[in-house]
Design a protein around this ligand. Structure first.
Ligand code: NAP
Length: 450
């Protein structure tokens, strides 16, 4: 059995029997059967269904958001926003898929030559709990519009949300087998990837999970996309708009109770403004409302599981032993972790080197632009970086020097259906969203007609 425990009340809210090997194989067969007809449907037909899914999400957002909050503790207002964002990505691909996948003519000495973009078949998605709806929809919307079919192995602690996502597609009228939820633990993933009917796999999650899934896919010569962890820096230059920057940095680090791959986890401040910025930043963080995630004005809920909060506590403890200084917070009760700000962080500390997946931020100071770039790039992760400055020309000169998959200026790193999303280094490879995302799971077929 797989169980969802409400991290606020610590009571079980859902449980489901795991699929047996036989159940899994039946689901894969059904997906493969569905693919045979689904791939032949026109973009217009697929688009009508995806728009129906968007409508379903919007109409019943409260129902879906409630289960997200009960299962993993996300403050309810943020759960509702998450469901709304899923409707957006469905609408985006319903409108844009045909354009993104139109044949690309390439003039050669042939009478006609072009690239066509054709679906691969059944794609397995291994997904995390932190945005239980969004992570799945940003895979599913483009994959289904491209003519693929999807199978979901969701995180074990959000199986109700996984079932709800399947329900969204059913209610929207998608054919049976087009999108299926597999209630299974991670031990069953290997056999699924090795099944001949599974053509590719995408994983959003941690490095160990990504490394394992990619190795198996590699040994089978199957395509994989990995969206892994991050330790984004928020780089604040002396000429920033301080009030705006503080607001943005607080949101960048503390939304979703700090449990976001693209959260700004390392705050890098220019020495000339460090003291003033830190004092004001600590004050704003101190005013964030923590508590019951079912309250509409709660901003910081519990972390998704007690063990995750314990892990964060351990990272904080180690960093303090290494010389970091707590300015705010630092305490934990069960899964609730106080919003915490830590100063005097240096590059050899746990909080700088590892991903901290909760409401904890470390401050490091720098003197020169070169030093700031080095600090950003010293991380093994490469998801994104935010730069805050009024001198945009200075910032633009720096952009090519960052090794990350995204640079945002005067804004938090965020995912947007219109822009590609993905990392470098141990943050993974491949891209989701935009045209790049829909072209990940297709056969880019070269056609040459003499
Ligand atoms: P996780 O432990 O890696 O779990 C993610 C998914 O992988 C779950 O479905 C999990 O199943 C499964 N899994 C775990 N180990 C596996 C294995 N050896 N083989 C196959 N599947 C396996 O990650 P998490 O702790 O839930 O999520 C947090 C991590 O995800 C963070 O590092 C975060 O930065 C990253 N993340 C990245 C992005 C991005 O877009 N780059 C977005 C969100 C989160 P079980 O639950 O059954 O173990």
């Amino acid at each position: 059995m797989l169980h969802s425990i409400n991290p606020h009340t610590l009571k079980e809210v859902y449980s489901v029997e795991e699929f047996s090997k036989d159940d899994i194989n039946k689901a894969i067969d059904k997906a493969d059967d569905c693919f045979k007809s689904w791939r032949k449907r026109s973009f217009a037909e697929r688009s009508t269904l995806l728009l129906a899914a968007a409508k379903e999400l919007k109409q019943n957002k409260s129902e879906y958001a409630l289960d997200i909050t009960l299962e993993m503790g996300k403050p309810i207002s943020q759960s509702i926003s998450e469901v709304e964002k899923c409707a957006w990505v469905c609408e985006y691909y319903a409108e844009k898929a045909e354009q993104h996948l139109a044949n690309k003519p390439i003039p050669t000495d042939a009478k006609e030559s072009y690239v066509s973009y054709e679906p691969l078949g059944a794609v397995l998605a291994v997904m995390p709990w932190n945005y239980p709806f969004w992570q799945v929809f940003r895979f599913a919307a483009p994959a289904l519009m491209a003519g693929n079919v999807g199978l979901l192995k969701h995180a074990s602690n959000v199986m109700k949300s996984a079932a709800n996502i399947e329900k969204v597609f059913q209610r929207a009228g998608f054919p049976e087998g087009c999108f299926s939820n597999l209630p299974i633990s991670s031990g069953k993933v290997e056999d699924i990837i090795k099944n001949k009917k599974i053509k590719a796999v995408t994983l959003t999650g941690s490095k160990p999970a990504g490394s394992s899934v990619a190795s198996i896919a590699g040994s089978e010569i199957k395509k994989s996309v990995l969206e892994l962890g991050g330790s984004n820096a928020l780089v604040v230059f002396a000429d920033c708009n301080m009030e705006e920057t503080i607001k943005t940095c607080v949101q960048a680090r503390f939304q979703n109770t700090g449990q976001s791959c693209i959260a700004g986890k390392r705050l890098l401040l220019h020495t000339s403004i460090a003291e003033e910025f830190t004092n004001k930043f600590v004050k704003v963080v101190g005013e964030l409302k923590s508590g019951d995630p079912m309250d509409s004005d709660t901003y910081i809920g519990p972390m998704a599981r007690v063990d995750l909060a314990e892990e964060l506590e351990q990272q904080l403890k180690q960093s303090v032993e290494q010389g970091a200084k707590i300015l705010l917070g630092g305490n934990r009760k069960d899964a609730h972790f106080e919003p915490t700000v830590v100063d005097n962080v240096t590059t050899d500390m746990t909080i700088f080197k590892e991903e901290t997946f909760g409401p904890l931020i470390g401050i490091t100071v720098f003197e020169t632009k070169e030093e700031a770039v080095n600090l950003v790039n010293q991380s093994d992760f490469g998801l994104g970086v935010s730069l805050f400055a009024e001198n945009i020309e200075m910032v633009k000169e720096l952009i090519p020097q960052f090794e990350d998959g995204a640079v945002f200026v005067n804004e938090l790193v965020k995912s947007d259906p219109r822009l590609p999303f993905g990392g470098t280094k141990i943050s993974g490879y491949g891209r989701e969203l935009s045209m790049d995302g829909i072209q990940e799971f297709v056969n880019k077929k070269t056609v040459y007609i003499r």
